[in-house]
Design a binder for this molecule. Structure first.
Ligand SMILES: Nc1ncnc2c1ncn2[C@@H]1O[C@H](COP(=O)(O)OP(=O)(O)OP(=O)(O)O)[C@@H](O)[C@H]1O
Length: 308
């Protein structure tokens, strides 16, 4: 794989307890990779190490080929980081703050103004250029945080719970912005919310108790947690035996007169077969919904009961 980030055998211990244990992962040059895990799973620790904010106890992190411990300056040039608590100077205006960030990133003096203008446009904050950051809403502060993370055009953008605490409208806007950024950057994003990762990411790395419990494409994750039951509502439901004749259906549970739970194995083409049978026999199908596993169940399933 053409990777921008390669992590090998990464472990970290705070005083006596291990927060992260033997993390191995690789992410490619573009697209969004989601780091999913419940609170305390080790997401921030991993991200802080990737970005050189924290020195790991064991293992290595290579960013675009540069080891964050051996060549920290070169490695950090490749990274833009939005930590869980955005490092904003709230007494500065957006312009002042982003100019300062550009200087910290060693952007050439003559190019700073253009870089600030470009990033403000991209993050939709240009109209608030002279507003003090403490007078911005949470959503706009987050945009400023993202702006400082991409001002130097890093290859890898690391966003630690970037959508946390945003209201529904801000959430939609933030997702849009992150997707847009991923068009020309590799993005690693953490969240404890499966839906968030699902909506945004093409790859998913799930950690629990400091260890990776699942790492693959979002499609593979979907297959892994593939529901094997459907709720079906029909005006004129047939007898259970009729439904069991449909290929793939393994069990029927009658919930109410017009509502049944259908268990199936194999792929989701079962929905097409059900629709076709309903049309043919005039069962008057009104609704079909796949039953998705709850995140808690998936966590339990993936993390097992391992203790260490
Ligand atoms: N500075 C610290 N000193 C001691 N233990 C810490 C420190 N920071 C984190 N931990 C512990 O390390 C483990 C992993 O924490 P981490 O913050 O990386 O998890 P997280 O997945 O980011 O969770 P959250 O979403 O709640 O921030 C937790 O058990 C946490 O209590």
């Amino acid at each position: 794989m053409d990777s921008i980030l390669r992590i090998e055998g990464l472990s970290h211990r705070y005083s006596s307890s291990w927060a992260v244990r033997d993390i191995n992962m690789e992410i490619s040059q573009n697209g969004i990779t989601g780091l999913l895990g419940s609170n305390g799973a080790g997401k921030s620790t991993t991200m802080n190490i990737i970005c050189g904010v924290l020195n790991q106890t064991e293992g290595s992190v290579l960013v675009n080929g540069f080891d964050i411990r051996v060549q920290p300056e070169l490695a950090k040039k490749q990274i833009g980081f939005l930590p869980q608590n955005p490092p904003l100077y709230t007494d500065l205006t957006i312009d002042e703050y982003l100019t300062y960030c550009a200087e910290l990133r060693f952007i050439e003096k003559s190019k700073i103004k253009a870089a600030v203008t470009e990033v403000k446009e991209r993050c939709g904050i240009a109209h608030f250029s002279s507003r003090l950051i403490h007078n911005l809403s949470g959503g706009y502060r987050q945009r400023v945080g993202i702006a400082q993370a991409i001002i130097h055009k890093p290859k890898l953008v690391v966003l630690d719970e970037p959508t946390n605490g945003l209201d529904p409208n801000q959430l939609i806007e933030a997702r849009k912005l992150i997707k847009e950024i991923a068009l020309d950057h590799a993005v690693l994003l953490s969240s404890h919310i499966l839906t968030e990762i699902h909506l945004l990411c093409k790859e998913i790395v799930m950690i629990e108790g400091g260890r990776i419990v699942f790492a693959d494409s979002m499609d593979a994750f979907d297959n892994y947690v593939q529901p094997n039951s459907l709720i079906v509502k029909m005006e004129n439901p047939p007898a259970t035996e009729e439904l069991l004749k449909i290929q793939g259906i393994t069990k029927i549970e009658v919930l109410t007169y017009k509502e049944i739970r259908v268990y199936f194995d194999g792929d989701e083409e079962i929905t097409e077969r059900l629709v076709a049978a309903s049309l043919q026999h005039k069962w008057q199908l009104r609704e079909i919904s796949l039953e998705k596993s709850l995140l808690d169940d998936i966590f339990k399933q993936l993390s097992g009961t391992q203790t260490y």
